[in-house]
Design a protein around this ligand. Structure first.
Ligand SMILES: C[S@@+](CC[C@H](N)C(=O)[O-])C[C@H]1O[C@@H](n2cnc3c(N)ncnc32)[C@H](O)[C@@H]1O
Length: 246
C-alpha cells in the first residue's frame, strides 16, 4: 500500500472511531462491526445524496450514518413513529434521539420524520441513495419498508438489520427473492446486518441467500432457548448473551 493510500486509510479509520465513540454510548442493537459497515457505505455517498434510515430508536445507528454523511456532504432522513411500549420507549426515546443527535453535532445533517415509514414514502418527493431498514420486524412492516427500494437507482446499497434472525424480516427478504423480478442483489452479512445492492440478482446471488438458512435455523433455536431460560444451552451454540442474536 502506497504512503498516500496508507494515510488515507488511517484517517478514515480514525473518523470511524470518532463516530463509534458517539454511537456506542447510545442504547441500541447495532454492533461495532455493523456500525463500520454502515459508516463505510454512508461515507461513500456523494455530496447532496440522501440516506434514509427506517427505525432510529435513540439514535445509535443514526449518529453513525450522520457522522459519515457529514464528511461525505450527504444528509440523513431518520424515520421513526416512536412507538409507545416497554421495548421501544415511545416519547422518551424521541427525546433521547433528539438529544443524542444534537450532542453529536449532527442536527443540521439529520432530519427526523416522526411517522411510519409507509406514510413517509407516500409523500416522499425524490430518490434515495442509501437505505437502512431497522424498523418493526414483522413481515408486513418490513415488506413495506423494502418498498422504499423502488425509489433507489440500480447499484444503490440497502442494509437490513435482523435478517436471518427475525422471522418477519427474513420472510419479507425471501418474498423479495420470490418475485419474478427481484429488486435486490445479496452482497453478504455482518451478523444479522444483511447488505444488498439494488438490481436483478444472479443465480449465484440467489443461492448465496439460501446458504444463510442454517444460520437462520441456529438463531431460531437460540431464541427459543432464551425464552425457555436455557441460556447455558444457548452458550453451547456459541451465543453468550441474554439478547436475541443480531
Ligand atoms: C430496533 S429499533 C431501531 C434501532 C436503531 N436503528 C438503533 O441503531 O438503535 C426499531 C425502531 O423502529 C421503530 N418503528 C416501528 N415501526 C416503524 C415503522 N413502521 N417505520 C419506522 N420505524 C418504525 C420503533 O419505534 C423502534 O424505535
Amino acid at each position: 500500500v502506497g504512503e498516500i493510500e496508507q494515510r488515507r486509510r488511517t484517517s478514515t479509520d480514525a473518523d470511524f472511531e470518532v463516530a463509534w465513540m458517539l454511537g456506542e454510548r447510545i442504547p441500541g442493537w447495532l454492533t461495532r462491526d455493523q456500525a463500520a459497515e454502515l459508516w463505510t457505505a454512508a461515507r461513500g455517498t456523494a455530496p447532496g445524496e440522501t440516506i434514509v434510515e427506517i427505525g432510529s430508536h435513540q439514535g445509535r445507528s443514526t449518529v453513525i450514518l450522520g457522522a459519515a454523511a457529514a464528511s461525505a456532504g450527504s444528509t440523513v432522513v431518520a424515520i421513526d413513529p416512536f412507538l409507545e411500549g416497554e421495548v421501544y420507549g415511545g416519547q422518551r426515546s424521541r427525546e433521547q434521539f433528539e438529544r443524542h443527535v444534537a450532542e453529536a453535532g449532527l442536527a443540521d445533517v439529520v432530519t427526523l420524520e416522526a411517522d411510519y415509514s409507509a406514510a413517509v414514502l407516500t409523500r416522499w418527493p425524490g430518490r434515495v441513495d442509501l437505505l437502512y431498514v431497522d424498523g418493526k420486524h414483522d413481515y408486513w412492516s418490513c415488506s413495506k419498508d423494502l418498498g422504499w427500494t423502488a425509489r433507489m437507482p440500480v447499484g444503490a446499497v440497502v442494509f437490513v438489520h435482523d435478517a436471518f434472525s427475525s422471522v418477519g424480516v427474513t420472510a419479507s427478504v425471501v418474498r423479495e427473492y420470490l418475485r419474478c423480478r427481484p429488486r435486490l442483489r445479496y452482497r453478504g452479512r455482518t451478523g444479522s446486518l444483511a447488505s444488498f445492492a439494488v438490481g436483478l440478482p444472479t443465480a449465484r446471488e440467489r443461492l448465496a441467500l439460501g446458504r444463510e438458512f442454517p444460520w437462520f435455523g441456529r438463531n431460531l433455536v437460540i431464541k427459543a432457548l432464551l425464552r425457555l431460560r436455557l441460556r447455558r444451552v444457548a452458550r453451547l451454540l456459541g451465543h453468550d448473551s441474554p439478547d436475541d442474536p443480531y
